[in-house]
Design a protein around this ligand. Structure first.
Ligand code: SF4
Ligand code: SF4
Length: 180
């Protein structure tokens, strides 16, 4: 009789023995496999309570950096957007006004800065391209969400906490960079 695949198996139609009818050998075999795995090292962890250590080259969620005074470093030069192979970055530049020196480090700043996390491939080229150390990829995951619009991260989501107002948050966001 022709078969569809070479993996077809002949069904065993012999009458079952008494032990097979009681299912006992199969149950004991299953229990033995379970007991072996109880004492084995677990392959899974209790995420999010437990987390695996990141690789030193892990690239996670972007952070828009500030300097030690808390001023935004980004000058809206656009180099990160040009370097981005996924065209995920958009921005609008603005000129710093007198009295805003404590907010922005240089004369020009990004009034709007957005990254579309659905486009981003976390390649890190934006970080490489930035001459101002204004953007970097942190050790944080991009959180999941239910609608597409929520994946467009603006300045509010990307900006690092203020080093003077929230020193703990600032240090945490810096991660390994704080130790450099
Ligand atoms: S990590 Fe890569 S893909 Fe993502 S925004 Fe930066 S340059 Fe674009
Ligand atoms: S993040 Fe860096 S490269 Fe991108 S616009 Fe700002 S200063 Fe320029």
């Amino acid at each position: 009789m022709p078969t569809l695949t070479s993996r077809a198996k002949q069904v065993d139609r012999r009458p079952m023995s008494l032990a097979e009818k009681l299912y006992l050998p199969a149950i004991f075999k299953g229990m033995a496999i379970t007991m072996i795995h109880v004492f084995k090292k677990k392959a899974t962890i209790n995420y999010p309570e437990q987390k695996r250590p990141f690789s030193p080259v892990f690239r996670g969620l972007h952070i828009l950096n500030r300097d030690e005074e808390g001023r935004e470093r980004c000058t809206a030069c656009g180099l990160c957007a040009v370097a981005c192979p996924a065209e995920a970055i958009t921005m609008e530049g603005a000129e710093r006004q007198p009295g805003e020196e404590h907010l922005y480090r240089e004369e020009k700043y990004a009034a709007k800065y957005e990254i579309n996390m659905l486009r981003c491939i976390f390649c890190g080229l934006c970080e490489e391209a930035c001459p101002k150390d204004a953007i970097y990829l942190s050790e944080t995951f991009a959180p999941s969400n239910f609608n597409r619009a929520s994946f467009i991260y603006g300045k509010e989501e990307l900006r690092i906490p203020h080093p003077k107002e929230d020193p703990e948050g600032y240090k945490k966001a810096l991660g390994n960079r704080a130790k450099k």
